[in-house]
Design a protein around this ligand. Sequence first.
Ligand code: NAI
Ligand code: MG
Length: 355
Amino acid sequence: MTSHALAIIAGDGIGQEVMDQALKALDAAERRFGFSTDRRDYDLGGRRYLATGEVLSDETLAELDEVDAILLGAVGTPDVPPGVLERGLLLKVRFAFDQYVNLRPVKLLPGVPTPIAGLTPDRCDMVIVRENTEGMYAGAGGLLFEGMSHEVATQESINTRHGVERVIRDAFTRAQARRGHLTMVHKTNVLNYAGDLWMRVFTEIGEREFPAVERAYVHADAMCLYLVNSPERFDVVVTDNLFGDIITDLGAAVQGGLGLAASGNIDPTGTHPSMFEPVHGSAPDIAGMGWANPVAAVLSLGMCLRQLGEGDAADAVEHAAATLLTELKTMAGPDMGGSTDDLGDRIATLVADPD
Ligand code: NAI
Ligand code: MG
């Protein structure tokens, strides 16, 4: 029987609550499809940091590097200063494990209320490939004359040919396996150096290696417009780190909210483990209430299973989550039609037996 080693970082707040539901779905998938997982729990996040001062030690990082994939709930508690966990845990894992693709499906599932009037599921089914290791997030820049009236702050966007090529090639590969259309989103008209490199690489790789994939280009500001009023334009979208961060939140809104948005931080080479997580955070405002929608976490598990080569299990998990959504009254809060735990049980039952 195939066995996959999984690191489980449930984290804080609703992170733990939604992870419990994803793991029930995983139990059901293992029984039905005949594989197993060796799950290793890691107590990391805001609670752990406040108690011990540890965010993510090099020893823990080395242990994580041994597993096949990482599942993350969400990290963050109100008393942890901003940036500590983002830089010390989330970005540290992304950079250390060279997870250069941040993959975000934006798909409107049937029965889900979207804020876009008249939008139907057939018009909204795309994946956004966000560069995940460079750009504005590389940490290049600094402060001069800090605290003085002539203080200077710089924040530079780092774009290497190596980094741009590999993420664009990944996006073309995904487009080829889908509807054969790839849109690059940037701001080439203003970011003339970075944008120029991105555009040349996009054209070169497209012409040379993926002549059958249709190419389109959209400025990042126009993307915000089109994502709302004509999402049917998009199949696969590739963009840099910062633009990707912004447009994927917009995508989450279009597809019905944070409770439904899944993501993967992927090292497509498989050298290091990839990490899958719901887009949402630890939601301290609703933690402990049983109001969290577990679907984002369950869909993230689905992405993880696909990456591990368990395609049938991934299909079953995604199908179960989608079926549950057609039965919900609202997508979050006390009126969903069941607690987080109830919804998790129903998803697991649907994974075990879809009929
Ligand atoms: P958040 O995503 O935790 O919550 C934003 C809003 O969406 C809240 O009103 C929340 O109740 C709601 N919400 C989020 N997930 C939901 C779900 N599954 N079901 C129903 N409603 C849901 O973002 P916020 O409030 O900005 O951050 C809270 C904490 O989470 C902070 O400490 C932040 O640093 C951390 N965070 C962690 C992330 C991660 O672990 N990757 C990502 C984003 C935030
Ligand atoms: Mg974000």
